[in-house]
Design a binder for this molecule. Structure first.
Ligand SMILES: [Cu+2]
Length: 326
């Protein structure tokens, strides 16, 4: 058999494997539509086909923002869509490289990304990189956030339909099994349905819930958000230390291992909440939006970006605009 016959057969087999696999039906380019004719009244808001929130100006949709939502308030359909897209990115031959590369950004993150100078902008960049990847598969997808402060006494619950840890295909599954090295055994990320990347050591996703109440409730979060401008350092430190560490710690397992936590699906949801808190602080005024980071001269480790490029959520690199919905 000639070499080109061999490659032809390999390609055919690959094409068959890709088409037969159990993948969601929608794979598309990020083709945001900015000239949909359904533009209503001038200055009204319209949702485009990528489910971005756009403004009508001169009969055209402009200023389109991705909308990130609280996971437990999303519809079942939207939650499934997010989970399917995330899983697809992690296994599909067309996207797996991108998934590995993005996860590796966090895995290779030196301790630098945890410094006060870069923690918030670095993670905003990381979330956007991940979201960009997911939106290459389905442009309607945004990264949800997990507001753990709303349910501090039962944060680990998975029995209600809306719960984050629900074991059906619209939840992240629950605690790991005590009998089996804390491997997650239910939900879309259970050991029989999904595994960690080789760079993360492979094997099952693990969790080891520490079922005790979280320290920071909504009241505490609101108090932090209401800190005055001069207390930015306190605000930043509360997010980076207190709010950041506790959920990593109580979820345990993969999420609590800084070397591989980027491979746990819940990491994005937790960091999206931290980003939302910074976003909320920034909406208090221009001084709040631009405090501190414009003067940080640091570039992110292994990237072309500076901290100051990731300050304004309505004007991020790559023309990305993001809003958070309550
Ligand atoms: Cu983290």
């Amino acid at each position: 058999m000639r070499l080109y016959h061999y490659w032809y057969i390999v390609c055919l087999i690959n094409a068959w494997i890709i088409s037969e696999a159990d993948y969601p039906e929608r794979i598309e380019d990020d083709n945001r539509d900015v000239s949909t004719p359904e533009c209503g009244e001038e200055s009204s808001f319209v949702v485009n086909k990528c489910e971005e929130r756009c403004e009508c100006k001169n009969g055209k949709l402009t200023n389109c923002h991705r909308v990130r939502k609280e996971f437990t308030k999303m519809t079942i359909e939207h939650r499934k869509r997010y989970i399917n897209t995330y899983k697809l990115a992690s296994v599909h031959p067309l996207f797996k490289k991108g998934y590995e590369k993005t996860v590796a950004l966090h895995l290779n993150e030196s301790d630098e990304a945890r410094l006060p100078e870069v923690f918030l902008p670095w993670h905003r960049w990381y979330l956007t990189e991940f979201e960009n990847l997911l939106r290459r598969i389905d442009c309607r997808v945004t990264i949800p956030f997990w507001d753990w402060s709303k349910n501090i006494h039962h944060w680990w619950r998975g029995t209600k339909k809306e719960d984050l840890w629900n074991p059906e295909d619209h939840g992240l599954g629950g605690d790991g099994s005590k009998l089996d090295n804390h491997c997650v055994e239910n939900g879309p990320f259970s050991r029989d349905k999904w595994s960690l990347l080789d760079v993360s050591g492979g094997g099952c996703l693990t969790r080891n819930f520490l079922k005790r109440s979280l320290v920071h409730d909504t009241e505490n979060v609101n108090k932090t958000l209401s800190l005055p401008l001069e207390k930015f350092n306190e605000f930043e430190e509360t997010l980076r230390s207190d709010y950041h560490i506790e959920p990593h710690f109580v979820v345990g397992g993969t999420m609590n291992n800084p070397l591989i936590s980027a491979n746990s699906p819940e990491l994005l949801l937790h960091h999206a909440f931290l980003d939302k808190l910074w976003y909320e602080w920034q909406t208090k005024g221009n001084e709040y939006k631009n405090v501190y980071f414009p003067n940080v001269p640091l570039k992110f480790h292994g990237s072309k970006y500076y901290c100051w490029e990731w300050i304004d959520s309505s004007n991020l690199p790559g023309e990305v605009k993001v809003v958070y919905e309550e």
